[in-house]
Design a protein around this ligand. Structure first.
Ligand code: RFL
Ligand code: PHB
Length: 398
């Protein structure tokens, strides 16, 4: 067995783990990343597309904003399409100048991986049988890598290993509480090298179900359709996808819709999920390992970034000021922001999706709520300030 020693063992090389690694590196804090998948698999995953300003600022601090600044598309508004009419939410005007940036999680992951390679930092990809031990006392991680057994002794474990990871699953049941809501539908997403239907994102509420028109660049589009959970990707030819999307759009958008062959197609289930607390002795959970939101509010990746802002601050404070205050407050601070984003994502999902067994009364109430939100400055402001991202409370990297 090879025995290694480091300060922070990071489990998972998604955006949360990579960003934490980069911020610790900048602060001169030794760490190792242990990831079960291959580097190619991790860098090819297609997921989120929207970054809040605070996430962009954090990436700037981490020194990985070069491509983001060149290729990210700043957006100052979104459209909500309901009853055949588009309503623009002017994010920037409603939030005193804030905006969001369209930049794919795939690109962000590649940027962070590249920064790591350049700095020659230690990562173990394709690690097998990763296990976390002793996190209430003397933490260590064990795994197998290319036939060699490893033990990593560390001060802290950062559980950045996503919803299906090993860290949360290793916490004794009596020390953890989870809150969950599963939605009775999924999102079928496609990526295609066609120009986006419009300059801004369109969130579509229609009798046929929700749809979202998003993008990755001026020549690459990302579209989603609400579909029953029983549907399989094979049920959806490209033609069927474009036909259905077209039916959910308004006349003007339908005319501008450019179709083409898909380069990726997948179905994601929708879930709301929160773990309390987010720290277990010397092990922290961050990102999807601790919480999941339905993608309607575009908050998942951004919440992972805000957890890491708090966690990196706490660890830097611990090592440079010998203060455990940030560590003690980590869970509480994260959860305050997490629950607000959970509420917003749940609310957007309810407002814009079609639910089975919805009575005519329920539908009328929902339509009235949408009409209120879209027709009132207060309603629009609520939506806008949540969409661009709420401010961090207390001390974080920013
Ligand atoms: P990740 O990205 O899941 O990374 C976790 C990593 O841990 C590894 N792992 C392990 N490693 C070692 N040992 C083990 N036992 C391990 N188990 C797992 C995994 O292989 C993986 O590499 O979690 P992280 O870093 O917390 O990042 C979270 C985000 O990926 C996620 O919240 C977003 O993608 C959610 N999301 C969106 N978020 C936004 O902010 N804006 C969006 O527009 C947005 N759109 C989306 C989304 C997620 C989607 N899907 C597919 C769920 C759209 C979709 C369709
Ligand atoms: C995306 O572009 O993948 C995307 C954008 C906004 C969302 C969810 C996903 O709310």
């Amino acid at each position: 067995m090879e025995v290694l020693t480091t300060k922070v063992a990071i489990i998972g090389s998604g955006p949360a783990g990579l960003l934490l690694g980069q911020l610790l590196y900048k602060a001169g804090i030794e760490h190792i990343i242990i990831e079960q998948r291959s580097a190619d698999y991790v860098s090819a995953r297609i997921r989120a597309g929207i970054l809040e300003q605070v996430s962009v600022d954090l990436l700037t601090q981490a020194g990985v904003d070069q491509h983001l600044n060149q290729q990210g598309l700043p957006h100052s508004g979104i459209e909500i399409l309901t009853q055949g009419i588009k309503h623009r939410i002017d994010l920037t005007a409603l939030t005193q100048g804030k905006q969001v940036v369209v930049y794919g999680q795939t690109e962000l992951t590649k940027d962070l991986m590249q920064a790591r390679t350049q700095a020659e930092l230690s990562s173990f990809y394709e690690a097998q049988d990763v296990q976390v031990h002793g996190f209430y006392d003397m933490p260590f991680v064990t795994f197998e890598h290319h036939g060699i057994q490893y033990r990593v002794n560390c001060d802290f474990i950062a559980g950045c290993d996503g919803y299906h990871g090993v860290c949360r699953a290793s916490v004794p049941k009596e020390n953890i509480k989870t809150f969950e809501k599963v939605y009775p539908f999924g999102w079928l997403g496609i990526l295609a090298d066609v120009p986006p239907v419009a300059e801004e994102l369109i969130y579509v509420q229609s009798d046929r179900g929700f749809a979202l028109c998003s993008m990755r660049s001026k020549t690459r589009s990302r579209y989603y359709l609400q579909v029953p959970l029983t549907d399989k990707v094979e049920d959806w030819s490209d033609q069927r996808f474009w036909d259905e999307l077209s039916k959910r759009l308004d006349d003007e958008s339908r005319q501008h819709l450019v179709t083409g062959p898909s380069i990726e197609k997948s179905i994601a289930p929708l879930r709301s999920f929160v773990t309390e607390p987010m720290r277990f002795g010397k092990m922290f959970l961050a990102g999807d390992a601790a919480h999941i939101v339905p993608p309607t509010g575009a908050k998942g990746l951004n919440l992972a970034a805000s957890d890491i802002a708090y966690l990196s601050s706490a660890l830097i404070e611990f090592y440079t000021e010998a203060s455990a205050q940030g560590i003690e407050q980590y869970s509480e601070k994260c959860l305050q922001r997490v629950w607000k984003a959970e509420r917003f994502s749940w609310w957007m999902t309810h407002l814009l999706h079609r639910f089975e067994n919805e009575s005519e009364f329920d539908l009328k109430i929902k339509q009235a709520e949408l009409a209120y939100v879209l027709g009132s400055v207060a309603g629009q402001t609520t939506l806008a300030e949540n969409y661009v991202g709420l401010a961090y409370e207390g001390k974080a990297m920013l």
